[in-house]
Write a protein that binds this ligand. Structure first.
Ligand SMILES: Cc1ncc(COP(=O)(O)O)c(C=O)c1O
Length: 365
């Protein structure tokens, strides 16, 4: 069997949830599990986080997958429903929805559901992605409050564009506008993603919506998860499957872009962009072999990468190779590949099996 795998540490997941509770003991936590729980496996993560108060996913199909694995907790559709045809599913499966447009309010008014649906009205306070315009918010709220298909009271939410940049005035401005628009209305409030949880305690509201920090990854640039008291959840591992001694001047990999400056041993690791390892990881990106950081050299190919093992080879065929995880922060690999850790973990492909210590099943990654 190919030795490439993602190890999912469910104890770390639970520890990260506890860390969030420490940071915000009075708040409820909606654990964000979209995109297959950021590549970690939605069912495994949902079961590990049975102490979360609710889950958030992007859309209906992701929520139905969770319900099908037996998850009974509230689930919020962060992008809302895409058409009136989805409403019967929301009713039947007890799903909560974001409402961000007048068209959605109209669909709910026409729907005449037997069991009212829990709704979060999302205001665009400045990110200019999803959310109703500030000047429409109160009128839409009143219409939802009078709608028989909507559970009362209607809740409020917004999303911060720059919560990870403490010096950027945008978050304070978004918060000011949000407070102004929602003051005096009933309903619960949700504003904070992971960066908001960590950096904006005054904006915590009733419900936090942490995603990336649950997986032990830092949302703040220049800091890693462990530096923020978080434990990395995913370790991506493979093995050295070949090793050769090569002379100075030999060219390595596709395009021969890397020329050996000195004689060395080149090891081949069974992981590549077909597994989600970033193709743009440059020469010098570290991997861990026998506790030592060694640089990848040459281009990343679909199934393999090449590593400079040195004259006295630091590893042999069969040795374990860690691509990222507890001792090699995924944030560091992402930065070197000019991307963010979110993208790396989400990009792990189906052919990488995942393993968890406390669950007997393996539902892939
Ligand atoms: C509306 C909303 N809330 C919360 C989150 C979680 O964000 P993070 O993973 O940065 O905590 C996301 C993710 O993008 C989101 O879109």
């Amino acid at each position: 069997m190919r030795p490439t795998r993602a190890f999912i540490d469910t104890r770390a997941l639970r520890a990260n949830l506890r860390r969030i509770r420490e940071l915000a003991p009075e708040r409820r936590v909606m654990a964000i599990l979209k995109a297959n729980a950021y590549g970690h496996g939605q069912a495994v993560v949902a079961r590990a986080l049975d102490e979360a108060d609710a889950f958030g996913v992007a859309f209906l199909e992701e929520a139905l997958e969770l319900r099908n694995t037996g998850i009974a907790k509230p689930i919020l559709l962060l992008e809302g429903f895409f058409g009136a045809h989805e409403l019967p599913f929301l009713e039947r499966y007890g799903l909560w929805t974001v409402v961000h447009s007048e068209a959605q309010v109209e669909a709910l008014e026409r729907a005449k559901l037997e069991t009212p649906i829990t709704v979060w009205l999302k205001i665009d306070t400045g990110m200019h992605r999803l959310g109703c315009a500030p000047e429409e918010a109160q009128a839409l709220y009143r219409r939802l409050s009078a709608c028989g298909s909507v559970a009362q009271p209607v809740n409020w939410m917004t999303h911060f564009a720059s919560a990870d940049e403490m010096r950027d005035p945008q978050t304070a401005e978004q918060l000011r506008l949000y407070r102004e628009l929602t003051a005096g209305f009933p309903g619960e409030h949700s504003l904070c993603n992971s960066a908001g949880v960590l950096a904006w305690p005054e904006a915590h509201g009733d419900w936090l919506r942490p995603g990336v920090m649950l997986y032990g990854i830092s949302p703040l640039t220049g800091q890693t998860g462990p530096e923020l008291g978080l434990q990395p959840v995913m370790t991506l591992e493979s093995q050295l499957i070949a090793s050769r001694f090569l002379k100075a001047g030999e060219r390595i990999g596709y395009g021969g872009t890397y020329v050996l400056p000195a004689d060395t041993h080149i090891g081949v690791v069974a992981v590549g962009y077909g597994d989600g390892y970033p193709r743009h990881a440059p020469t010098g990106t570290p991997v861990l072999i026998n506790g030592r950081r060694l640089p990848i050299v040459g281009r990343v190919s679909m199934d393999m990468i090449t590593v400079d093992l040195g004259m006295e080879p630091a590893g042999q065929v069969g040795d374990k190779v860690v691509l990222w995880g507890r001792d090699l922060p995924v944030e560091e690999i992402a930065e070197g590949a000019d991307t963010i850790a979110y993208e790396l973990v989400c990009a792990i492909t189906k052919r990488v099996p995942s393993y968890t210590p406390d669950f007997e099943f393996d539902d892939g990654c």
